[in-house]
Design a protein. Structure first.
Ligand code: ZN
Length: 67
């Protein structure tokens, strides 16, 4: 049971990350709050209605609410 849950989580993460990074119509990447660089979408939390983004320049990860 433990192994099964772990495998499922990995699959979900991989499905979300590469394909929807630039072509997500609803959730658009924002700018890094630290250095102002462009961020890319890292993950979306539908339960909390937040999105996690990573800065391409400084590597900062931050979370914002989905409007
Ligand atoms: Zn940055």
């Amino acid at each position: 049971m433990d192994v099964r849950l772990k495998a499922r989580r990995t699959t979900l993460t991989r499905a979300l990350t590469p394909a929807q990074t630039t072509e997500e119509p609803v959730v658009l990447p924002n700018w890094c709050p630290d250095c102002g660089g462009s961020g890319y979408l890292d993950s979306i939390n539908l339960v909390r209605e937040t999105k996690v983004q990573t800065c391409q320049h400084c590597g900062l990860r931050w979370e914002t609410r989905i409007d």
